[in-house]
Design a protein. Structure first.
Length: 278
């Protein structure tokens, strides 16, 4: 087993360093150190996607990975996440381009976990999910989502509307969602049709996000479940539900103050947002 992991580590190093020859990766899960460059990060994600194993990408501490062009189709900076991948910081991943593209997209088979101060920032999507468009599973743990924009829903993150099949799930623990904007709904987070959103505070802040229509902080529209625990939703802006907007679905709020949002906290929601006053 040790020999296999050593061979795999050498293979990973060759790919991430941009060597000319690329060897076939081993099937076992790997821990991959990623040098501080756009090419190294793209190569590491591509390699991790090449097997179904859950891989861990250890980002260069304090690095800002500047994406200058999309690598996941025309609209997405990183290659589309199709397998379980964990990114460990502290590090920042940002768009550094006049081109418009989100930072990441997670497919139905994909699972993206961001741990230890990974910041996703300055994504700009034509459509949903300015920072991340999620069709699979996304987990933020003590990380952040800020300064992203979308012409559709979910300035920071969008759980894609999913009429059938496996639906997306997003989990935030002790993370901040701030300064994101959507032209439609869910300035910070959009939890769409059949999606699941769970936030847990250590603490957890959703603040300073903007939506033109509904849900400056969070919009949950016909989603399966939205569960807020120990989450502060404040100073967000939208015409309806400046803090939280709900249309259908199940919603639970526990020790989660929704206050000082503009021009209201949860007006227009049906059913009402639990424990939220206008």
């Amino acid at each position: 087993m040790r020999r296999v992991r050593i061979v795999q580590a050498l293979t990973v190093s060759a790919v991430v360093a941009g060597a000319g020859a690329v060897l076939a990766p081993a099937a076992q899960a790997a821990t991959i150190p990623v040098a501080c460059s756009e090419n190294a990060l793209v190569a590491a994600v591509t390699l991790a996607n090449s097997t179904a194993a859950a891989d861990t990408l250890v980002l260069a501490s304090g690095c800002t990975y500047r994406l200058t062009s999309p690598h996941g189709g025309l609209g997405t900076g990183l290659p589309v996440i199709t397998t379980p991948i964990e990114l460990i910081g502290p590090a920042t991943i940002t768009r550094n381009s006049l081109l418009l593209f989100r930072i990441a997209e997670v497919s139905r088979s994909g699972k993206l976990t961001l741990t230890t101060s990974v910041a996703i920032t300055n994504g700009s999507a034509v459509g949903d999910g300015g920072g991340i468009l999620n069709r699979g599973a996304v987990t933020f743990t003590v990380s952040s989502l800020s300064g992203n924009t979308a012409t559709g829903n979910g300035g920071g993150l969008a759980n894609a509307d999913t009429p059938s099949g496996a639906a997306p799930a997003a989990t935030f623990t002790g993370s901040s969602v701030s300064g994101n904007a959507a032209l439609l709904s869910g300035g910070g987070i959009y939890n769409g049709l059949r999606g699941t959103l769970t936030t847990t505070g250590l603490p957890m802040f959703i603040t300073g996000n903007t939506a033109t229509v509904n849900g400056g902080g969070i919009a949950a529209v016909n989603s399966t479940a939205t569960t807020l625990t120990g989450t502060t939703v404040t100073t967000n802006t939208a015409v309806l539900g400046g803090g939280v907007f709900r249309q259908g679905g199940t919603m639970t709020t526990t020790n989660s103050p929704i206050s000082a949002n503009i021009p209201n906290n949860c007006v227009g929601s049906a059913p009402p947002v639990p424990n939220c006053t206008a």
